[in-house]
Design a protein around this ligand. Structure first.
Ligand code: BES
Ligand code: MN
Ligand code: ZN
Length: 501
């Protein structure tokens, strides 16, 4: 979708649709009032008669409002003025876009960016509106033979900003949001792709395709033969039951001098997690195609980073692998030697993500990184702890954890920190190896992170568990593209891209 900003008054707009807010109970926003005046009370009359209460998300589409140049006016309920918060603002914008999309307006001018959202400026409101708009028109129809797309979809949305001084700010917000949305879309597309198509090789091909689009990007591909040479026996064990080769794709963005230490982001890329010999129950097992959500996020993030041409060196690793039961599969009881030399007793082949990640995390030591963040749909326990709303952040490096949480707040891509205290380490002790790959039921997200922490001693590291946030189930089932917004913000902050002035 295309976006623009302008600064003008509502009665002068000549558009297919003009979007203005109404607060609860039946209170016009200043912009709606302006339209009411020139239409000689047309809008206030309707509202008095009870056509719109102003509850958040209520929509009323009007045609040919007297003296208004635009063909349509969309009145949008914004709830109680004092209660308008970030979440409601995003929901209102998304609902607006859906309505416009379904009612034949191919372009619209929105005044919702003039609403007051506590503590948020025009940059934030425009950026969130663009991201929410892109998000709400996303579909994944590649594999449907009848596409059923809207006949006259919304193509262009213009946001009005209160003063001309804010035009530049609005334009920057659009540019940033479009780059982030493009990354989110890449992440969603690859994650929604079914596991018979999206295997580790497919992830690698998507990486190659991305790299071919930008001069700053390059790709290294590490297959099973090279993993063998590197001693990545833990990673290899997980993929051994699969007919699809394990492939690790290393995408590099060079935006700064060669000697500047990179920031490395590693994504869990289980293109299907059946559980292996410790096989999962069949209910909702199809959702384990999303077990590559971390890798999808990293691929999307690299797209955003390249589109913004961030002046940093950034390395994105897609740890592609498939976990299947098979005569050749690894088993409970096996003891694996990881690339780090540490040994692991496998007690459950369904705790495979950490076995893949530990070797990927050892591999990236060679880059002498400034920081490493891994992103993984790692534990069902994370969904129990935080539900579907927040990504879990675990880190023993406080400054890095704070940077991530800040970026999450700025980007409205929620994250919450869990502790990574030493006390939990004893849960993964093993009588036969240096550690076990599971730590029992208590604090499953933390013990998984404890496991990874044993492979990340040589750099500053944080772990993001996106088991609850990478996709949604139910009627609107699909990948979310999270945490691309949060990590994009983290890297933009690192690159000192000013957003507030
Ligand atoms: N990919 C799963 C985690 C998962 C489950 C993410 C459900 C999202 C929804 C992971 O590989 C896994 O199976 N973890 C096990 C670990 C356990 C065996 C210690 C889990 O969470 O049950
Ligand atoms: Mn598993
Ligand atoms: Zn998994």
């Amino acid at each position: 979708m295309e976006f623009g900003v302008k600064s003008g008054s509502p009665e002068k707009q000549r558009s297919a649709c003009i979007v203005v807010g109404v607060f609860e109970p039946r209170r016009l926003t200043p912009v709606a009032e302006q339209l009411d005046e020139i239409s000689e009370g047309y809008i206030s009359n309707l509202i008095r008669r009870g056509d719109l209460e102003g509850k958040a998300g209520q929509m009323l589409l009007l045609h040919h409002v007297p003296n208004v140049l635009s063909e349509r006016v969309l009145l949008v309920g914004c709830g109680k003025e004092r209660e308008l918060n970030e979440r409601q603002y995003k929901q209102i914008v998304a609902k607006t876009i859906q309505t416009l999309n379904e009612t034949g307006s191919m372009e619209a001018v929105s005044f919702l960016t003039e609403l007051h959202v506590k503590g948020r400026d025009t940059y934030w409101k425009v950026r969130q509106a663009v991201e929410a708009a892109n998000d709400s028109v996303y579909t994944f129809l590649q594999l449907k033979t009848k596409k059923g797309e809207p006949r006259r979809p919304l193509r262009k949305m213009v946001f009005n900003v209160p003063t001309r001084r804010e035009l530049a700010l609005g334009e920057r917000a659009i540019e940033h949001a479009q780059a982030i949305s493009a990354g989110v879309k890449v992440a969603k597309d690859v994650a929604n792709m079914p596991p018979n198509i999206c295997n580790p090789k497919y992830l690698n091909e998507q990486a190659a395709e991305l790299v071919s689009q930008y001069d700053t990007l390059s790709l290294d591909t590490i297959g099973e033969a090279q993993m063998e040479e590197l001693g990545m026996h833990s990673y290899l064990a997980v993929g051994r039951g699969s007919a699809n080769e394990s492939i690790m794709s290393v995408i590099k963005h060079q935006g700064a001098a060669k000697d500047q230490a990179p920031i490395v982001i590693v994504g869990k890329g289980l293109t299907f997690d059946s559980g292996g010999i410790s096989i999962k129950p069949s209910e909702a097992m199809d959702e384990m195609k999303y077990d590559m959500g971390g890798a999808a996020g990293v691929l999307g993030l690299m797209h955003t980073v390249a589109a913004l041409n961030l002046p940093l060196n950034i390395i994105g690793v897609l740890a592609g692998c498939e976990n299947m039961p098979d005569a050749n599969a690894y088993r409970p009881g096996d003891i694996l030697t990881t690339m780090s030399g540490q040994t692991v007793e496998v007690l459950n082949t369904d705790a495979e993500g950490r076995l893949v990640l530990c070797d990927a995390l050892t591999y990236v030591e060679r880059f002498e990184p400034e920081a490493v963040i891994d992103v993984a749909t790692l534990t069902g326990a994370c969904v129990i702890a935080l539900g579907k709303h927040a990504t879990a952040v675990l880190s023993s490096h406080n400054p890095l954890a704070h940077e991530i949480i800040n970026a999450s707040e700025q980007s409205a891509d929620k994250a919450w920190r869990l502790p990574l205290w030493d006390e939990y380490q004893e849960q993964i002790e093993s009588p036969f190896a240096d550690m076990a790959n599971i730590g029992g039921r208590p604090a499953g997200t933390i013990t998984a992170a404890c496991f990874l922490s044993r492979f990340t001693k040589k750099y500053n590291w944080a772990h993001l568990d996106i088991a609850g946030t990478a996709w949604v189930g139910g009627a609107r089932k699909g990948a979310t593209g999270r945490p691309v917004p949060m990590l994009s913000q983290y890297l933009m902050n690192k690159a000192n891209i000013a957003i507030d002035e």
